[in-house]
Each structure stands twice: as C-alpha cells, then as structure tokens.
Design a protein around this ligand. Structure first.
Ligand code: NAP
Ligand code: ZN
Ligand code: ZN
Length: 349
C-alpha cells in the first residue's frame, strides 16, 4: 500500500516528505493508522548515522500509538478500531533461546527493528512511525490500557520499556535507592517508574534548571553532577544507577556513589567510554557496570499495564511533522520537556 511519511535521505539532509510502499498485509498482520509517534534520541542518532549502520531513505519513529484499520485472516488478539502500540521491534525468529524466554530484542537471528531493519520475509527495509500507516505482525503489537492520554502513551513504547526493564531486572521496589543520570526522554520515565515502584529516587543532571521538574517527576533528591561537593555527599548510596547519557562521557564520578555490590547500567551511549573506567572502584566494592537494551514484548505489555494502573504517561510537547527538524535541534540541546510527540494528523494537512 502507498504511504506518506517523513524521511532522511542522507546523514546530513533534513527530514522531508517521502512517498513509499508498505507490504500488503499478511495473514498475521495488522494495518495500523498511526496517531502519534514519539521522538527518541535514537531517531537523531540513526537519521545522522551516528552509529554507522543507517540506510537511506530512513523513516524514523519507534514510539507508535495508532488505531487498527484492518486485520489479516489469522489475527486473533486485535480487531478493527482497537487502540494499539508498536515499539522498537516488529519481528524476530520466535524460536531461539532468547525469543523463547521473551527476550526478542536479543534474538540470535537478530530482531527486526521498526525502522532501518530488514524484513525477514521480503528483505525490504523497514520504515518507522513518522508516517500515516504501518503493517505489523500481531505478535509485536501491544494493547494500550484505557484511560491514558494517547499522545503521552507513545513514549512508553521505547523510553518507558528501556527504563522499566533494568528497574525490573534489578528488582527495584520499596526500599531501593535508585539514581538516574540525565533528565531527558528516558530519564524522566525512569524517575516516574522508579518512584511508582516505591524506590527512593535521585537525579544526576548537568542542568541546574531542571531541579524543580525533577522533583515533580519523582526525584527525592537532585545532584548537580559537575559539583564535586554534591557528588561526594552521595558516596556509597545507590543500589542501581540508570545512565541515559547519549554521548561519550566519564562514568568514574558515578561509580563511587554506588553502594557495595551496586550496579550502574548503561542504556544510552554505545561505544568506548572515555576516560577509561577505573576498575579499582569496581573490584574493591564488588560493583558492576552493565548494559540494557529495550525490553521484550511481554515485558513491554507488563510495563504498559503498570502505567495504566498507576496513571503514568510521558510529559510531552506535541508537534506537527513539519516541525521535526527544529525538534531534533532542540533534543540535541536537551531543550525538551521531556519528549516530543508528533501528531500524525499533521501529515494529512
Ligand atoms: P534525550 O531526551 O536527549 O536525553 C538525554 C539526557 O542526557 C539529556 O536530557 C541530558 O540530561 C543528558 N545529556 C545529553 N548530552 C549529554 C552529554 N554530552 N553529557 C552528559 N549528559 C548529557 O535522549 P533520550 O531519548 O532519553 O535517549 C538517551 C539515550 O538512550 C540515547 O543515546 C538513545 O539513543 C538511547 N536509547 C537507548 C535505548 C536502549 O534500548 N538501550 C532505547 C532508547 C534510547 P541533563 O540535561 O539532565 O544532564
Ligand atoms: Zn527509542
Ligand atoms: Zn530469536
């Protein structure tokens, strides 16, 4: 089917209108009219080829909320008119050891990502949510709990699950002491989710102006990471630190703030950490540096259901698709409170 979207044509070109073809629905597919799509920092990384594996044209967007337009003959879980979500993945092998345990993101044959991926059947490039419609197998579609603002739900599909998954993996609950580095899209969801799980929550930020918002979003404490005195005052405190910083940075100021046995989990930057990590703090304190990558489909549904029960959505600024390039500039400057969401109705006008 013919679909209109917004694409980057190269790593240096701004995003602009792009007409393309999506596959006809297969028997297990659902055709979704996209209502809202969040703007993740990963969209910037991939539009600009920061990671070196982008293919063009590239239609970003993996925080998708939409309405079911039609369903294939074998679709059982969804019906026309349902409000549904699509996150970072649209397929995986479904039979490897990781798929079998709900870790589709770690599929041994490679998960198929919502955009800049390759379809397992027709080998065509996948195109994301900055578009009118998407066609996805029902296995990778999420149910959206009722009663939540739909635009605010969109960022849960990536920022929500990416921060929920480590909170869950490291058993965060009442009595846990959690810190979050960076108050952006992921960071603000981490504050909300950790707070709702009952943790005592701290934000590390470079930006003194974000303190008041951080407290409203769930932080019990805010530490300005460039202030050595403030950093010293939180030595040995945290069970878990979620590091959302998107670019190369020094983790050595943070590891001393972990308690003995604590973990700093990287979810942002992909690449060599510089300066190098000082192992002494890790060895002598039995501390870990770990990584975490989005989350599986069942885990994403559990996160959405939790958000439904607790009334949690993202704090958003709604934009029209024609403002996407300006929005990217503002994300780059950490000037967004705290996620841009594209209203795809703007693509029709
Ligand atoms: P974002 O909205 O831009 O937020 C990042 C925050 O990090 C900023 O608000 C800022 O917070 C801080 N920051 C930015 N540049 C920094 C720098 N150079 N040094 C130190 N701090 C800096 O980005 P996002 O959408 O939350 O995404 C964060 C990262 O996670 C991106 O790299 C994205 O690609 C990645 N990601 C990973 C996964 C995964 O599965 N692991 C999933 C989604 C996204 P302050 O102003 O408070 O300091
Ligand atoms: Zn994302
Ligand atoms: Zn697999």
């Amino acid at each position: 089917m013919k679909v209109l979207g917004y694409a980057a044509q190269s790593s240096t070109s701004p995003l602009g209108l792009f007409n393309f073809e999506r596959r006809a629905a297969r028997s297990d597919d659902v055709v979704i009219e996209i209502l809202y799509c969040g703007v993740c920092h990963t969209d910037l990384h991939l539009a600009r080829n920061d990671l070196g594996f982008s293919t063009y044209p590239l239609v970003p967007g993996h925080e998708i909320v939409g309405r079911v337009l039609s369903t294939g003959a074998d679709v059982k879980k969804f019906a026309t008119g349902d409000i549904v979500g699509v996150g970072c993945m649209v397929d995986s092998c479904q039979h490897c050891a990781f798929c079998a345990t709900g870790l589709e993101q770690n599929c041994l044959e490679g998960a198929v990502f919502t955009y800049n991926g390759v379809d397992r059947i027709n080998n065509q490039t996948t195109y994301g949510g900055y578009s009118e419609k998407i066609v996805v197998s029902e296995k990778f579609i999420l149910k959206i709990p009722s009663g939540l603002d739909l635009a605010g739900v969109a960022p849960l599909l990536c920022a929500g699950i990416t921060t929920w998954s480590p909170l869950h993996h490291w058993n965060v609950g009442k009595g846990s002491r959690v810190a979050v580095i960076g108050l952006g899209g992921l960071g603000h969801m981490a504050l909300k989710l950790a707070k709702a799980l009952g943790a005592d929550v701290t934000l590390f930020t470079r930006s003194p102006g974000k303190e008041q918002d951080a407290r409203r979003l769930g932080a019990d404490q805010v530490v300005i990471s460039s202030d050595a005195q403030q950093m010293l005052a939180v030595s040995g405190q945290f069970d878990l630190i979620i590091d959302t910083v998107p670019y190369v940075h020094d983790v050595n100021p943070y590891t001393p703030t972990l308690r003995v046995g604590g973990t700093l989990v990287l979810v942002g930057y992909l690449g060599e950490l510089k300066p190098a990590v000082n192992s002494a703090v890790l060895v002598l304190g039995g501390k870990s540096i770990a990584g975490s990558f989005i989350g599986g489909i069942a885990e994403t549904q559990a996160m959405l259901d939790f958000c439904g029960e607790h009334g949690i959505t993202s704090d958003i600024e709604i934009i029209s698709i024609e403002d996407i390039n300006d929005a990217y500039e503002r994300v780059q400057k950490s000037d967004v409170k705290y996620r841009f969401v594209v209203d795809l109705a703007s693509l029709k006008s």
